[in-house]
Design a protein around this ligand. Sequence first.
Ligand SMILES: Nc1nc2c(ncn2[C@@H]2O[C@H](COP(=O)(O)OP(=O)(O)O)[C@@H](O)[C@H]2O)c(=O)[nH]1
Ligand SMILES: [Mg+2]
Length: 467
Amino acid sequence: MVSRYLKRAGNQLLQEVENLHLSKRHRMGVTGFSRAGKTVLITQLTHSLLRVQEPLPSGMKKHPLSGLDLFDAGMLKPARLKEDRLARRSQFDFFRHRDSLMGQGQWPEATQDLTWLDLEIKRSEKNQPWQQWLSAPTLHLEIMDFPGEWLADLALFEQTFAQWSQDAWDLALQPHREKLSEPFRLLLAEAAGQGQDTIPDALQRKLVDAWKDYLQAARAEGFVLNQPSRLLMPGQMQNFSMLSFFPVPEAIQLPKLQKHLSQVYDVYKKEVESRLGQHFRHLDSQIILVDLLSALEQGEAALHELQQAMQSALRFFRYGNQRGVMQWLSRKINRVVFAATKADQLVLSERLRLEKLLGALLNEIDPGNDIRARAEVQYRAIAALETTQSLIDDQGQEYLLGQEADGRCQPYYSGRVPDTLPIDWATLPEQLQVKHWAPLAQTANANQLLPAYQLGRVLNDLLKDDL
Ligand SMILES: Nc1nc2c(ncn2[C@@H]2O[C@H](COP(=O)(O)OP(=O)(O)O)[C@@H](O)[C@H]2O)c(=O)[nH]1
Ligand SMILES: [Mg+2]
């Protein structure tokens, strides 16, 4: 135990000495529920950093990294993608994702496991050569991607099986989930109605399957509080027997089963915490992606659930400004960006309203300014990859152009997005028109830059201390 602690402190010390002179390491967590846009953002960010010097294609007004001070000052060298030769961790499949966005004009596949990507970023010193000795010339940027479903499990770590069962049961009874959970609830009532405390194995397996079906249906509706998340997205825990649990609230009197499930639940919790903790607990910055527009489309229940799920997930992360000696021992997140993604689905002026709405949501997620007191927090509307062109017609009216699969362009106005909470859900569907487009199919030129909105700003918010 002691030797492990010393070894860790030693490694941290070496790292810190390295940081002072030659290079810095920065770990960035890209967080967000599934389909929030994590994989697209990491792919686009990496592509833009690798192709910093690529000329803009015709029609593109801004480099995707504009807004990043170092880039704007012309001092950013093309990054290098580092291979993890020792393969200590699974690697983000950058080239596959890039080729699907660019070559095939398709969005990347859903993420199945946690991966890391390592980039080496260098600045060119335009000024006096002595400056090279004062500033760190190389930044090792490590970016984490993972299946967003897993965020829902972070709430479990604070709960016992009995508490979780009650919460999961209450949620399953809420109007937006009641129908979806009915088969499971009927099956559980049947088990309880047998008058015996011992539930046959076959029935237990049926209950696990019914709970899994319910979670899958809820996910398909866009709801995010689906636990245990590994039933939906097992990663390397496929077929682990510790996934075989479901809630049994105390009012349902099945003490033997409850005791058994509670043991399984504790094992699961411990396993998941140790798998995620090593990655989630050692971040320097975090970008929290929120697909607010989809939540607005899905309705009040989806937005409320998203808010609740974010609030409990964020309690798991460590925020704080820790520099110097303390940082050798434990890293803390000191810069956070909340980003409302897919803002390219709105005309330019509405993106500002989306940003305001995100600010209002942040007030609800962090009511006591707990995160904001400990870390530097920004909120922005972004589009990692713009699928529309934002234009103004002769009358000064803003509109968007999106491209159909057959290449035809369609002009339309995306409508008004609310900029405060609570939302008037009754009028929203007439006011807001969100359309989903594929990324523009590109030429065979894999170097070509792709348009983004506010991506450089976000990178600047997160990295400015280290660049
Ligand atoms: N219009 C638009 N859609 C996006 C953008 N980023 C992601 N999407 C959409 O959101 C889906 C999920 O994105 P992905 O990065 O796979 O999400 P993840 O589950 O958080 O990794 C994609 O398949 C796209 O449909 C964006 O910048 N603009
Ligand atoms: Mg993904």
